[in-house]
Write a protein that binds this ligand. Structure first.
Ligand code: BTN
Length: 322
């Protein structure tokens, strides 16, 4: 959807949640009142509710804060990210997919809604309209960084550090889950394209539940910033998150990776907890002992320590319902 798309202009007119007449909307959009009412009905495809009353017009319930690409770009430029670009999409299947196909180095893509948001291990990422943040960053490399599998952990630690500084007690569940108050509040999905021994591209996808208060049955216990009393603007948060990811990727050398991996224990939600590791074929029970210098999970089991690489395994507490 381009910035002059009538559906986006309609949303911009309604976003504040005040009553606005059909005549005013028709004039702003340059379309008939019948066409306005058709377009209003189409907003239900994104689960947006618009009340209508004769004599008053239309009201979006509740109000929403739309992403402001110009604001985000200006703030990122001011923070020193001269080469970054920002693309805001109203609706897309997946920001990771879009950026992989259309983006360039250091470009960010954010969407108000994803129709097929991707999570780890083939899961779907629930992406309701204008409630959460769905953000992807593209990084092109000439050579793959040595400890690439640890990248998600490095970025997770950096994001926790930044949000904790804002008073949001974000934690990490190995490898790439962002937790708040013991429940999942977000996650990272890093996808790579290119040959292992040459130039390549990383698409770093970040989903963070911001204002979502209800959702369909997601197969994990979830939460959002709003459910913990945080009412931070999505645009402010987008700048904080994007700045953190960009800074971290620019500073990514071995020393920085080691430093971040050492800091993991500060945010480790399962530190010394009884856990179960689920692989494709078997499950292993033990006590989580943090991570090693490669980002592998150290598990104390009845048969000694075992280490698990970031890959197709998942981790759950074994003494709780999640
Ligand atoms: C997880 O399973 O925890 C990772 C979720 C990652 C979701 C984000 S939302 C933005 C980006 N686009 C996607 O399709 N997925 C990631």
């Amino acid at each position: 959807m381009t910035p002059d798309d009538p559906q986006l202009i309609l949303l911009q007119q309604l976003a504040h949640g005040e009553w606005i007449s059909g005549a005013d909307l028709a004039q702003t959009l340059g379309i008939s009142r019948e066409a306005v009412s058709k377009r209003i009905r189409r907003l239900s495809e994104w689960q947006l509710e618009v009340a209508s009353q004769s004599g008053r017009g239309y009201q979006l319930q509740p109000a929403i804060e739309l992403l402001d690409g110009e604001h985000i770009l200006t703030e990122l430029r001011a923070a020193g990210h001269a080469s970054s670009r920002v693309q805001i999409l109203t609706s897309v299947d997946s920001t990771n997919r879009w950026l992989g196909e259309h983006g360039c180095n250091h470009m960010l893509c954010l969407a108000e809604h994803q129709s097929a948001g991707r999570g780890r291990r083939g899961r779907q990422w629930h992406s309701p309209f204008a409630q959460n943040l769905y953000l992807s960053l593209r990084i092109d490399f000439q050579h793959w960084p040595d400890r690439l599998p640890a990248l998600g952990l490095v970025l997770g630690v950096a994001l926790c550090e930044r949000l904790n500084a804002l008073g949001i007690a974000l934690q990490l569940k190995w490898p790439n889950d962002l937790y708040l108050g013991g429940r999942k509040c977000g996650g990272l999905l890093i996808e790579q394209r290119g040959e292992l021994l040459g130039a390549g591209t990383l698409i770093i996808g970040l989903g963070l539940n911001v204002a979502m208060r209800e959702g369909p049955a997601i197969d994990q216990h979830w939460t959002s910033l709003a459910l913990h009393g945080h009412t931070i603007s999505r645009n402010t948060l987008a700048v904080e998150l994007a700045d953190t990811l960009l800074k971290e990727c620019h500073a990514l050398d071995n020393a920085r990776i080691s430093q971040r991996l050492e800091q993991f224990s500060n945010y480790d939600v399962y530190h010394d907890a009884p856990v179960l590791i689920h692989g494709n074929e078997a499950s292993v029970a033990g006590h989580s002992q943090g991570i090693d210098e490669w980002g592998r999970l150290r598990l104390r089991t009845a048969h000694g320590e075992q280490r698990f690489s970031v890959g197709d395994v998942s981790l759950r507490r074994s003494d709780a319902a999640d």
